[in-house]
Design a protein around this ligand. Structure first.
Ligand code: KMH
Ligand code: ZN
Length: 269
């Protein structure tokens, strides 16, 4: 099997330091967390940004400052989240690609996201995909349901996103598919053979589904964005223990962890 690409997701849109005091929120904290995770084997950093009050933000200065600090510490590939956080407008979220990261997420469909609405109107999604293509930014599709996958495959068919398809199968968001092995298999069976994919299992099933995905040939995402715990009742002391666990799982199923060069080659960057 191919080597496993490990993405670190140190900070998401929802959790706060009250939920886990090790959650990095400020630019230097995020840069420290990524540097540690890279030393443990991560080659991609999936980044959300927070303002001085620790709230999710698409502020370009904060994003630029964070990215610069991350880049000072390693040659990790930067993947900016254009999901950002609930309550931030699509246009503000989309503007983050103007910072020209190597990669950015593309959330192809609107949905309920817990108690809120996650708005991704089709015309705006296509516009963002087009802008990413112009700027040479690799999109990672974030699919939370079977219909999202079909929309993503249509974008690929219409050449609005480049080959190979890169995808996160996100399971466990209230409003999307639940985090079960059956749902993961349903999605994986529908992927084109060239697809580069990982599971983003939110919450309790993170360990099991990450293990299954690695055994199936998928990649792994690890970090406090997706789970705050290492195991039931034990908060993870940052993202590094989760990255180390993903590396151990990859080795347990006889896979190497992708280097920077292998990651770039597999994603055709
Ligand atoms: N926060 C995850 C549920 C994005 O940032 O664009 C999905 C995610 C999407 O990581
Ligand atoms: Zn994210």
């Amino acid at each position: 099997m191919t080597s496993a690409i490990i993405t670190v997701a140190p900070t998401g849109p929802i959790a706060s330091k009250r939920d886990n005091p090790h959650l990095p929120t400020q630019p230097h904290e995020i840069a420290d967390a990524v540097a540690e995770a890279v030393a443990a084997g991560a080659t991609v950093a999936h980044l959300h940004f927070r303002d001085e009050n620790d709230l999710p933000t698409a502020d370009l200065d904060i994003a630029r400052r964070t990215i610069d600090l991350v880049k000072e510490r390693s040659s990790v590939l930067i993947q900016v989240s254009t999901g950002v956080g609930l309550g931030v407008s699509f246009d503000d979220r989309a503007a983050l690609v103007e910072l020209r990261p190597e990669m950015a997420t593309l959330n192809p469909c609107s949905m309920s996201f817990g108690p809120a609405e996650f708005s991704n109107p089709p015309a705006k999604v296509e516009q963002l995909a087009g802008r990413m293509r112009e700027l040479g930014i690799k999109p990672e599709l974030e699919v939370y349901d079977t219909g999202h996958l079909e929309v993503g495959l249509k974008l690929l068919e219409r050449d609005l996103i480049p080959h190979p398809l890169q995808m996160s199968i996100v399971l466990g968001v209230p409003g999307g598919m639940s985090a079960t092995a059956e749902n993961l298999m349903l999605m994986v069976r529908r992927l084109p053979p060239e697809a580069v994919w990982q599971v983003v299992a939110v919450g309790r099933a993170n360990l099991e589904l990450t293990a299954i995905a690695l055994a199936l040939g998928g990649n792994a995402r690890a970090g406090l964005e997706d789970t705050l715990h290492l195991r039931r009742g034990e908060l993870s002391r940052g993202s590094t223990p989760l990255v180390q666990r993903a590396v151990a799982l990859a080795h347990a199923v006889d896979r190497d962890v992708a280097s920077d060069a292998e990651t770039r080659e597999r994603l055709n960057l």
